[in-house]
Design a binder for this molecule. Structure first.
Ligand code: GTP
Ligand code: MG
Length: 227
C-alpha cells in the first residue's frame, strides 16, 4: 500500500511540474486558459458553442476537447466557428498536463485568445490534475441535484467560477436553488456563482463579462513565439 501511495505521488508530482511549464507558457503568451469541469452532460460543450457564437469573432476562442472516445465535441465546436483539437483519453478519466501541452503545440494560442479546455466529464479525477490553466470553471446543471457541491467538494473547493446551468428547466424540477447555493458556500465561501441557461441564453451576459474581466487582467510577459 505505501508503494501504491508513492507511485500516485510521483504521477501527480510529474503532472504538476508539466502544469507549471504550461502555466508559464500560457502566461508568456498572454492567453486566458480555462479548465472547464463538470459531470457528463452538464452542458460544457453547449456553453462553449453558445459562447463562441455570441462572442462572434470579437474574441478568438480555441478549444481543447477531452473525451474518452469520439471526436463529436470537437466537431460541434468547429461547427460553432472555433478551432478545436480533440484529445481521446481511452480508459483515462481526466486530462493531464502533457495533453494540454500537445494541444498548445497544435493550436499555438496568441495574445488575447481564450483557450477553453473541456475536461472529461467527471466530478472526481479531473479535480486532482492541474493542467496549468489560468482559471478553473465548474459547471453544475440543475438536473443533477442540489447536493453535488457537498458530495464532491474537492472540485468545488478548487474552482474559480461556478456556472449553474440549465436554469430554463427549473420550473420542471424539484431542484432547490437556494439550498444548492448554501452548499456551495459551505464548501467554498468565496466561489463566484452565475446561474445560466446555455439553451435560452439567460444569464450568459454575466459569464461574458467575467471572461472579459479575466482576459483584461492578463498581459504577455514576452513576445509570442511558437512552442
Ligand atoms: N434545457 C437545456 N439543455 C441544455 C442546456 N445546456 C446543455 N443542454 C443539453 O444537455 C445535453 C448535454 O449537453 P453537452 O453540452 O453535450 O454536455 P457536456 O457537459 O459537454 O457533456 P460531455 O462532454 O459528454 O461530458 C445536450 O442535449 C444539450 O443540448 C441548457 O442550458 N438547458
Ligand atoms: Mg462535451
Amino acid at each position: 500500500m505505501p508503494e501504491v501511495h508513492t507511485l500516485e505521488q510521483q504521477v501527480l508530482a510529474k503532472n504538476d511540474s508539466l502544469a507549471a511549464l504550461n502555466r508559464r507558457e500560457l502566461s508568456r503568451r498572454g492567453v486566458l486558459s480555462l479548465n472547464i469541469l463538470s459531470s457528463p452532460g452538464a452542458g460544457k460543450t453547449r456553453v462553449l458553442e453558445r459562447t463562441i457564437a455570441d462572442l462572434d469573432q470579437s474574441v478568438v476562442c480555441q478549444v481543447i476537447e477531452g473525451d474518452q472516445a469520439t471526436e463529436q465535441d470537437a466537431l460541434r465546436i468547429r461547427r460553432a466557428g472555433a478551432q478545436a483539437v480533440q484529445i481521446n483519453t481511452g480508459n483515462g478519466c481526466h486530462l493531464e498536463a502533457d495533453m494540454l501541452a500537445s494541444g498548445i503545440k497544435i493550436l499555438q494560442p496568441r495574445e488575447s485568445n481564450i483557450l477553453f479546455i473541456e475536461n472529461v466529464g467527471n466530478l472526481v479525477c479531473p479535480a486532482l490534475f492541474d493542467l496549468g490553466e489560468t482559471r478553473r470553471v465548474v459547471i453544475l446543471s440543475v438536473t443533477e441535484g442540489e447536493d453535488k457541491p457537498i458530495k464532491y467538494p474537492y472540485i468545488f473547493h478548487n474552482a474559480d467560477l461556478l456556472l449553474i446551468n440549465k436554469i430554463d428547466l427549473l420550473p420542471h424540477l424539484e431542484f432547490d436553488l437556494q439550498r444548492c447555493l448554501d452548499y456551495v458556500t459551505t464548501v467554498n465561501p468565496s466561489l463566484m456563482t452565475l446561474c445560466v441557461s446555455a439553451q435560452t441564453g439567460e444569464g450568459m451576459d454575466e459569464w461574458y463579462q467575467w471572461l472579459q474581466k479575466e482576459r483584461a487582467a492578463l498581459t504577455p510577459s514576452e513576445p509570442c513565439e511558437e512552442m
